[in-house]
Design a protein around this ligand. Structure first.
Ligand code: NAG
Ligand code: NAG
Ligand code: NAG
Ligand code: NAG
Ligand code: NAG
Length: 550
């Protein structure tokens, strides 16, 4: 792993104006000029009992949105409970009254200090004001109907799971969606609505899915024709497999996006109890079967929730993340990380609950873990899609464990890891050589434990790289004495070396992810010279913005 301060890419293009509204062009989300806009979002929770966007008692909303943007995200998936839109005695409560009824005096004082503008607004107006502030912060917003009855989501028996459940009346849902869609008609930066989070529970069935999702989508479209409509699947947003043979019928085109959730715990504790290569292979195949096929059908796929315990102590989460990052990079998916939230006013009865999956810490002040941000930063710029500059597709050699890519400073320097925006272009040839664009050089294995080299005489003995194991994430070749080796990273120097291949199968005690590399197809523009790298300490507000040349 990288030593010292982490390096975060200061994405110069991040704040570039995007021509809204968005629409879809095959599997890509594009702007008015037809150029790709990659959604790289944070989830911001606003659907719990208080029905106020979390964190407003900790920091001014302008500070929080600046940080979101500064960290390279361009959008917020803002959650809302249906009853905010349909229950007048709820949505007419002021923010102050809402906290008072829950006995949250400290939150009131915090909001009074940090965001006084919102304290006496009725809840629905407060929601509107939050959305407005995010727009001022140059962030796009996706409004996600997360649940009906305000509270933590989700379980099979919480009455919010599927059409017909105790709190999930389809007609009321249509009414609420229509109201919110209407309210934000003409608000440019509200770019999408996701109709319902994590359908689930004993009542779920495919027929009702088509019936109601179709109605919901048409209702939102009529109320607000400018926004993308995001549809989620069954079984907690895991299953869209039924669309393979029966597409949904909608009266509009170029606006439908599908969403999917993928966590480590989606597969129980498989990651911890199994072999990482095998679990990664299995869960990736499953993703393609359940939802990934939609890309080939010409729909964008939005991973609207993924995330890990950022303390780094959850083995299941840690092993999953490298696999997730490899897949998300390869497919160049749009995504939203769970979650921005550092702590909640009140969650599941606990006041001030600390969110270990949160990007921000308990105080919404510092980054909880900068390593995590470095790893996902590789996914922030698009690799492919309409508007990207390079005509000939090349490969990026992505290393998910670090979030970095294989680069070389000069032909004489060793291969090492560096920021993916500054990557070299590689071609994976039909002979399975990895050649450097514009040269005859290819990557060659030497001996176990030695640096991988760039050489000019490429032979199948030491320059043919196979993608092996169930995960296909090991790049293997032969060392100079003919034994099987895998590309790896020397953790003390970040140099690219070859080692014996680690736990290719069966072994569940070892973690192969230092040897995981993904060849990502890219047409991202090259040769714009050294990009500026922003050195980010973990204390955001005080950080000096310092540019270094890597
Ligand atoms: C509407 O909200 C109020 C205030 O939270 C609550 O007491 C009431 O039960 C809600 N009504 C419905 C139908 O959910
Ligand atoms: C969509 O329309 C086609 C043709 O009218 C029909 O065969 C199909 O069953 C419809 N699908 C749904 C999900 O309603
Ligand atoms: C951040 O995450 C890394 C990798 O999982 C872990 O090793 C480290 O201990 C974490 N740091 C903090 C402060 O939680
Ligand atoms: C190749 O060298 C490694 C040590 O560098 C050794 O472990 C391995 O057995 C050797 N293989 C052959 C085929 O000689
Ligand atoms: C990457 O490009 C190769 C060669 O054009 C192609 O076979 C492969 O399907 C592409 N992968 C993805 C994920 O698009």
């Amino acid at each position: 792993m990288m030593k010292g301060l982490i390096l975060l890419v200061w994405c110069v293009a991040a704040s570039a104006a995007v021509g809204l509204p968005l629409h879809t062009d095959t599997r890509w989300i594009v702007d008015g000029a037809g150029e790709r806009v990659k959604l790289r979002c944070v989830n911001w929770v606003s659907h719990l009992e208080a029905v106020v966007a979390e964190g407003l008692s900790k920091q001014p909303i302008e500070e929080i949105s600046n940080r979101i943007q500064w960290l390279g995200f361009n959008c917020v998936r803002l959650t809302w409970p249906l009853f905010l839109a349909t229950n007048e005695s709820l949505n007419s409560l002021t923010v102050r009254q809402s906290f008072q009824r829950l006995g949250l005096a400290e939150a009131i004082a915090g909001i009074q200090a940090n965001n006084p503008f919102i304290i006496d607004l009725p809840l629905l107006k407060a929601f509107e004001a939050v959305v407005g502030k995010l727009g001022e912060g140059k962030l796009m917003v996706i409004l996600d109907n997360h649940i009906s009855k305000p509270g933590w989501c989700c379980s099979n028996f919480d009455g919010n799971g599927f059409f017909g459940d105790q709190y999930f009346n389809p007609d009321l849902w249509i009414k609420g969606l229509t109201r919110i869609a209407t309210m934000f008609n003409g608000v440019n930066h509200v770019v999408a609505m996701s109709l319902r989070n994590e359908l689930r529970g004993p009542k779920q069935n495919v027929n009702d899915w088509y019936r109601y999702m179709q109605r919901g989508a048409e209702a939102v479209h009529s109320a607000n024709p400018d926004i993308l409509i995001i549809l989620s699947g069954l079984s907690y947003d895991r299953d869209l497999s039924f669309l393979k043979n029966q597409p949904i019928n909608l009266t509009f085109t170029s606006k439908t996006v599908y969403e999917v959730h993928w966590y480590a715990f989606s597969d129980g504790s498989s990651w911890e109890s199994g072999n990482s290569n095998q679990v990664c292979g299995r869960t990736t195949n499953n993703l393609m079967k359940m939802s990934g096929f939609l890309l080939q059908q010409g729909f964008p796929l939005f991973i609207s929730e993924f995330g890990i315990d950022q303390r780094g102590t959850n083995v299941n989460d840690n092993r999953y993340l490298s696999c997730f990052l490899a897949v998300a990079a390869e497919l160049d998916l749009d995504w939203a990380v769970w979650t921005l939230v550092g702590s909640y006013y009140l969650r599941e009865g606990v006041v001030g609950l600390n969110e270990f999956y949160g990007i921000l810490d308990w105080n919404w002040c510092n980054l909880r873990n900068s390593t995590f941000l470095q790893r996902i930063s590789a996914l922030q710029s698009p690799f492919q899609g309409p508007g990207l500059a390079e005509r000939r597709e090349y490969n990026v050699i992505f290393h998910p464990l670090s979030g970095l890519c294989v680069v070389r400073k000069s032909l004489l320097d060793p291969l090492t890891l560096g920021p993916c925006v500054d990557t070299d272009a590689w071609y994976y040839t039909p002979q399975k050589f990895l050649t450097l664009k514009g040269t005859y050089f290819c990557i060659q294995a030497d001996e176990i434990g030695k640096q991988a080299k760039l050489g000019i005489i490429c032979t199948v003995n030491n320059a043919k790289w196979d993608m092996i194991s169930d995960s296909k994430l090991h790049l293997s070749s032969k060392s100079s004495n003919g034994s099987l080796v895998c590309l790896d990273v020397d953790s003390s120097t970040n140099e690219i070396v070859t080692n014996s291949c680690k736990c290719l199968s069966r072994d569940s005690s070892c973690d192969p992810s230092s040897q995981w590399f993904k060849l990502v197809n890219s047409t991202r523009s090259l040769g714009r010279g050294r990009s500026m790298i922003n050195m980010v300490g973990s204390s955001l507000p005080n950080v000096a913005t310092k540019f270094v040349d890597l």
